[in-house]
Write a protein that binds this ligand. Sequence first.
Ligand SMILES: Nc1nc2c(ncn2[C@@H]2O[C@H](COP(=O)(O)OP(=O)(O)O)[C@@H](O)[C@H]2O)c(=O)[nH]1
Ligand SMILES: [Mg+2]
Length: 488
Amino acid sequence: MGHASDVDPLTQALAPPPDETDEQRAERLQKEERARRVSDEIDEQIRQERAALKKQKRPIKVLLLGQSESGKSTTLKNFQLAYAGQAWAEERIAWRTVIQLNLIRSVVNILDVLNQEMTPTAGDDSGSSDSEDGPPARPATASSAPTTPLRFSEKHRLLRLRLAPLRSLQGDLQMRLGACDWPTPKSGAESGVESTAKARAQDFFVWSNAGWKAALRPNGGRRSLEDARGRRRAVEDGETAEVLASCAEDIKTLWADDVVQEMLHRRRLRLDLLPGFFLQSGDVDRIARRDYTPSDDDVVRARLRTLGVQEHRIHFESGPAAGTEWCLYDVGGSRTQRAAWQPYFDDCDAIIFLAPISCFDEKLAEDRNVNRLEDSFALWKMICSNKLLSRAQIILFLNKCDLLEKKLKSGVRVRDWVTSFGNRKNDVQTVAQYFAQHFKEIAKQNASVLRPFRVHLTSVIDTQATALTLGVVGESILRSQLRDADLL
Ligand SMILES: Nc1nc2c(ncn2[C@@H]2O[C@H](COP(=O)(O)OP(=O)(O)O)[C@@H](O)[C@H]2O)c(=O)[nH]1
Ligand SMILES: [Mg+2]
């Protein structure tokens, strides 16, 4: 459509003079080149400033990683407790059912063992639980001497009877949480003997996106109480509290009973080392009440297995990170779920990697051929060497130091499980240092980029100590975030 003579006036104006000499031409081209470079530089600067701005506006993304039961969800709870008080308060009531269920599960575990022991056909293999099975079991060297039979009485028979309703209550509560059965562990080590591992395997899980919190929040708005579902929920809550309250005295008697304790001891069933243990002194009196409201500590100690990735946004109200928004991702840690981590890697700013170091004598619930500490080492190696994560800061929490201390004090020797530990002192400090050194070595040898080794010894159920740790961690993440922006 256009004519050959159609020439853009701007192009015409910028066109070199027709009588330009060679020198003039070279000079002109040089000038143009310089101008272009300056202009490009300005463009680039603007682009980068925009990017930096955008980057600071987008939430800081933090991934919580680690094997199952390493303390990821508990760390997240600590973040919420310390920095998002409002959301925390709203969720508190939803945890009530989970905590009641944790308590009931411990009792039902004991009743199961009691049933076996009190039934004559169950055999007399108490105390022979093999350590292959056992998370908190002792090494095989501690094999027990022949023991006198346990002396059960009418009292135990009555306790079994009176506490029986807790079994069906357990089923009901799990259903209300939308629970699925935990897959039975693949294992050749099944000894047919009750063990801590088995108790753990009877655990259940919920899908993180199943809305269990919403389902359990009876007063999440007055309207929900008015509708039929809300009313039914309130009635169910009332019934649960009623049954539990009526069992409270028997639960305490059961746990305090010498024969029961001896029975658990012979079975090496360390319920107190299992997650979600609520039979400590005062627990039952508090939880098995009609008007029970969970305390901060209860919520932090509660155990709920989740599948899938949970995203939590936290708007920091105080501290050095005040005004910034963080996105924390809590993932499922068991082996089959780890593939789901990958998509979160490429734009993540920091990783908090949790390694429970009390687990040196335990096996994975999902594969009892694998030692849990070895699994943490392998996972750590995978994270350190992942190229997608080269931008991310990595912070290591050597967690469950409180359980480590308990375990060491109860006589478990690290060298029986980790031969390289040798004759070092069998105390928390030495053991933690030793493991920390190993993690450091792995990081050094496998790191995809050079980054500082940041490690904290933690017991994330201790909310006060953890708040301090999170303060340090938050500041460090933020600082590297700002440094990144400055460097641009
Ligand atoms: N004693 C003790 N228990 C812990 C610690 N960290 C986590 N737990 C408990 O271990 C269980 C599993 O923790 P959780 O955060 O759910 O692990 P996740 O599977 O990695 O999300 C929960 O019952 C926690 O209360 C710790 O440092 N000390
Ligand atoms: Mg979790």
